[in-house]
Design a protein. Structure first.
Length: 197
């Protein structure tokens, strides 16, 4: 759940060209969200145009034979996916869909197989909060994915999904207030994954 992984994932999405890959991602996000999300095209354009580090990572992966599409293609898909706009309620619904084994609780639709939901939440627990993931799981104990936008999506398998949006970030790129709220929520509701009582 870092840029290099996201770029490689963007390149692996089934489709002929960046537009088809992004359409597939958008359809998947719409199933999680219960509605088609919007993409902020200005943000996507700037991320694509000014994403020198992402272009460099994509070129390195392509040079090593890991990435089969062009670096520009992978960055274009990544940039549009990063510019997908959601609010806290929609993000919480996405977390709840993962928590319910891939079934959207509002629509009742199975979005992904239970095993995929389990695997995604497992990855959220191990690296969803970037370099702070270990400290997050020790202190908060809730699988999460943070974003440099200040958003955090939470997913407690079999229990709940949640979201916090508050832009001030810590050194690892995670919402400062979001972490505090998640930690308090976890303590109040007994959601820590490793708590025994």
């Amino acid at each position: 759940m870092v840029n290099a992984g996201a770029l490689l994932t963007a390149s692996l999405v089934d489709g002929d060209g960046a537009e088809e890959r992004m359409d597939r991602i958008s359809r998947g996000l719409a199933a999680f969200a219960g509605r088609a999300p919007e993409v902020d095209e200005a943000i996507a354009h700037n991320e694509h145009l000014l994403g020198d580090r992402n272009h460099a990572l994509a070129h390195l992966m392509r040079a090593e034979g890991t990435m089969s599409v062009s670096a520009d293609d992978a960055v274009a898909v990544y940039a549009r996916a990063c510019a997908t706009m959601v609010d806290a309620e929609t993000l919480a619904l996405m977390g709840a869909t993962l928590a319910l084994g891939g079934v959207n609780p509002r629509s009742g639709e199975r979005v992904v197989p239970a095993r995929v939901a389990r695997d995604v939440v497992s990855v959220m627990a191990t690296c969803g909060v970037y370099d702070g993931s270990g400290r997050w799981m020790r202190a908060v104990g809730i699988p999460a994915k943070s974003s440099v936008s200040g958003a955090i999506v939470l997913s407690v398998p079999g229990r709940l999904g949640g979201a916090v949006v508050s832009p001030p970030l810590d050194a690892q790129g995670t919402s400062v207030r979001g972490r505090l709220i998640a930690e308090t929520l976890g303590e109040d509701l007994g959601l820590h994954s490793f708590a025994t009582g």
